[in-house]
Write a protein that binds this ligand. Structure first.
Ligand SMILES: Cc1cc2nc3c(=O)[nH]c(=O)nc-3n(C[C@H](O)[C@H](O)[C@H](O)COP(=O)(O)OP(=O)(O)OC[C@H]3O[C@@H](n4cnc5c(N)ncnc54)[C@H](O)[C@@H]3O)c2cc1C
Length: 344
């Protein structure tokens, strides 16, 4: 059976594995200790923050079919219901809620965990396993590629001592710059993906010991400001509704402009902007967390669903192909899965 190694267990990698699982032997390689990638969640001081994707759209019919059971079960629920735009000073303007916009109950990463449990049982999933380099495996004709595994980790998880992985096909769903670093330069798409710029994003997390009655659940600022978007996780389904937990993403342009700045300075700028634009006193937060996303979303996506070198049996997919959205990551992964299936 053809052996396919998929690097990355975010929405794109999991969709790929789902599309290919009955047609090949799949190894899913993920450097973190759990699946879900940038649809991320963290708990701190009794409150939970979705600190990557806050919500997702469901528009494509195939994506809708995969998501339908999760909507029926209540794992996905319409959110936000009271969105606003930050206007001048602390004023807000209401926005229309979108009927195709959903948040995950409990924690953002519960969705990809559920898809993995429901559809990928029996698949060889290697967590805490970082692919370092993809090199030609030329000792025999058994497999085309060797994925060299980096046995160090940077998220505090225990290093995985698994040996290098051999595969006939290797697909990366890591962000474009990381994919370009791993892939052999002989891949016919190497230059194309090396040219895709990714934007950064700073995320501030503020936990409070009571509910802030702002009147909104999500608020949009601007790309070139310290506040691009705010979500109150308290208002999402199956969360602790008694305590506000704000996830604040700086605007992508503002974040990219300050990626090299001192994180403490960035944090201070964002906290001051929260007060200036919402009247919420960040200093009264009982928990303050901070995260820098180096590769948050593509500044200019590829505008093709995936890249594939059929003669070398190398390919790549991810949100950087169609745009920085969860649904686009699914569309990219599943389109590549179907294309590879058609070659088998
Ligand atoms: C701050 C922020 C806010 C966002 N808000 C929204 C939103 O509100 N709505 C929306 O739709 N989208 C949002 N997005 C975008 C959305 O999160 C992404 O489009 C989507 O999750 C991308 O999925 P993916 O599978 O392409 O990539 P990822 O989720 O990044 O998955 C790639 C995986 O590859 C792994 N990986 C990388 N390198 C290696 C390696 N060398 N070895 C092994 N594994 C590796 C990573 O750990 C990761 O799990 C947001 C993103 C960020 C960062």
């Amino acid at each position: 059976m053809t052996r396919i190694a998929i690097i990355g267990a975010g929405m794109a990698g999991v969709s790929l594995a789902y599309t290919l699982k009955d047609h090949a032997y799949i190894v899913l390689i993920e450097k973190s200790r759990g699946v879900s990638g940038r649809i991320a969640h963290r708990r701190a001081a009794q409150v939970g923050f979705d600190h990557g994707a806050a919500y997702m759209t469901i528009r494509d019919p195939q994506f809708a079919a995969l998501m339908a059971p999760y909507i029926s079960a209540g794992l996905l629920q319409n959110w936000p219901q009271h969105p606003v735009r930050l206007a001048s000073g602390t004023a807000t303007e209401p926005k229309s809620p979108s009927p195709d916009s959903y948040a995950v109950s409990g924690a953002a990463n519960a969705l990809v965990k559920a898809i993995t449990a429901d559809h990928l049982a029996g698949i060889d999933i290697r967590l805490s396993t970082r692919a370092r380099q993809i090199t030609r495996h030329d000792s025999d004709a058994e497999a085309a590629w060797r994925i060299e595994i980096d046995h160090g980790t940077n998220d505090g998880s225990e290093a995985n001592e698994s040996p290098d992985i051999l595969a006939d096909w290797v697909i990366s769903t890591a962000p474009a710059p990381q994919t370009a670093d791993m892939m052999p330069s002989s891949a016919n798409f190497h230059q194309q993906i090396s040219d895709i710029p990714m934007q950064g994003c700073f995320t501030l997390m503020l936990g409070f010991d009571s509910a802030l009655n702002t009147g909104w659940d999500a608020a949009w600022g601007d790309h070139d400001e310290p506040i691009g978007f705010i979500a109150d996780n308290r208002t999402k389904p199956a969360r602790d509704h008694s305590c506000s937990a704000l996830t604040i993403h700086a605007g992508n342009q503002w974040s990219s402009d300050h990626l090299a700045s001192d994180p403490e300075w960035v944090k201070d700028q964002m906290m001051a902007a929260v007060y200036a634009r919402t009247g919420i006193d960040s200093q009264s937060a009982t928990h303050i967390g901070f995260h820098r996303w180096l590769y948050a979303n593509p500044a200019q996506p590829l505008r093709e669903s995936f890249v594939m070198d059929t003669s070398l049996q190398l390919a790549a997919a991810g949100d950087w192909c169609l745009g920085g959205r969860v649904e686009n990551a699914y569309l990219s992964g599943s389109a590549l899965g179907r294309a590879i299936r058609a070659l088998m």
